[in-house]
Design a protein around this ligand. Structure first.
Ligand SMILES: NC(=O)c1ccc[n+]([C@@H]2O[C@H](COP(=O)([O-])OP(=O)(O)OC[C@H]3O[C@@H](n4cnc5c(N)ncnc54)[C@H](O)[C@@H]3O)[C@@H](O)[C@H]2O)c1
Length: 278
């Protein structure tokens, strides 16, 4: 019997938390722009009984995504796709954020939608940041959901973006809309696909911020959230595991916020002060 394959793009904290939950007894392909990251994570997983392999893959490159599809399908049937790669507003310029987070994620969804196995499932990690954009006009929603991937970056309202936070927010909104569109295609293979929009999740980078020069701003934000704490990669992993399990089969094309109520507070609670800066 062919081995079942889990493809994880982005071997960071959130991605690995998901892989640990859904990768048992399967072959886990760790695809990352940084092969060093992927190999380090593969070693930890292998030492914990997982079967893994690694491949260098830039999510923003269609060529790399096609090579990843070939590689993953050579290992067996692709049962699960997880995209937890991404660049944030403080890490990259506008063009890079749009290329990786918006364009690359769209190509990944389209290409894996062609090979996902019957009854498979996909998860795209979006962000609460996309929920801070006001509602877009329907034409823009439709364009983000359905424009052919190669034309996405030429959309006039995308070409006009000139700051990194906006680039990130539009990318994450696009992820959610694209997942809805692709859910209709993945459904033809009886596969589900959903996005998860995490809030502040403690990772090495976030932990540095919480102890760095901007810590007061972070702490004020956390105080204003209903949960009054940040989240953990494991909590995102638990949600992803549920969505991909047999219990989640009636959920497809959905976006699940997991943010401790931060978005609710941003629009209607103590965090409304943030609107002036976002
Ligand atoms: N940590 C948070 O608070 C938080 C909140 C909301 C959303 N997110 C989203 O979660 C996802 C994962 O974040 P994380 O916190 O686990 O980050 P992380 O930095 O731990 O992991 C990200 C991984 O993606 C890889 N990567 C970066 N650019 C890539 C590219 N072009 N191609 C392939 N791989 C690439 C990195 O090498 C890294 O291994 C991102 O999409 C991020 O936007 C994170």
């Amino acid at each position: 019997m062919a081995k079942k394959v889990v493809v994880l793009v982005g071997a960071g904290s959130i991605g690995i938390a998901i892989a640990r939950r859904v990768g048992v007894g399967k072959h886990v392909v760790l695809a990352d722009y940084s092969l060093v990251n992927a190999e380090a994570q593969a070693k930890v997983l292998e030492d914990a009984g997982f079967e893994c392999s690694t491949i260098k893959c830039d999510l923003g490159s269609k060529e790399d995504i096609l090579a990843l599809v070939d590689y993953a399908t050579s290992k067996g049937e692709v049962k699960y796709l997880v995209n937890a790669a991404g660049v944030s507003p403080s890490q990259a310029p506008v063009e890079e954020i749009l290329r990786v987070d918006l364009y690359g994620t769209s190509v990944l969804l389209e290409e894996f939608g062609k090979v996902i196995t019957e009854g498979g499932s996909g998860i795209i990690i979006s962000s609460q940041s996309g929920h801070r954009l006001p509602a877009l006009p329907q034409e823009q929603n439709d364009a983000l959901a359905m424009t052919p991937c190669d034309e996405l970056l030429q959309l006039p309202f995308i070409k006009d973006i000139d700051d990194t936070l906006k680039a990130y927010q539009y990318s994450k909104r696009c992820n959610v809309l694209r997942v809805m569109y692709e859910a209709t295609r993945w459904g033809r293979r009886s596969a589900t696909v959903n996005s998860i929009s995490p809030g502040i999740i403690i990772t090495p980078l976030a932990n540095d911020e919480l102890h760095g020069p901007r810590k007061d701003g972070y702490l004020r934000m956390i105080e204003g959230m209903p949960a009054r704490r940040a989240g953990t990669p494991d909590e995102v992993g638990d949600l992803a595991e549920f969505l991909m399990s047999s219990r989640g089969r009636f959920i497809s094309g959905a976006d699940l916020l997991i943010d401790g109520g931060c978005t609710a507070s941003y629009w209607y609670g103590d965090l409304q002060y943030l609107k002036a800066t976002h």
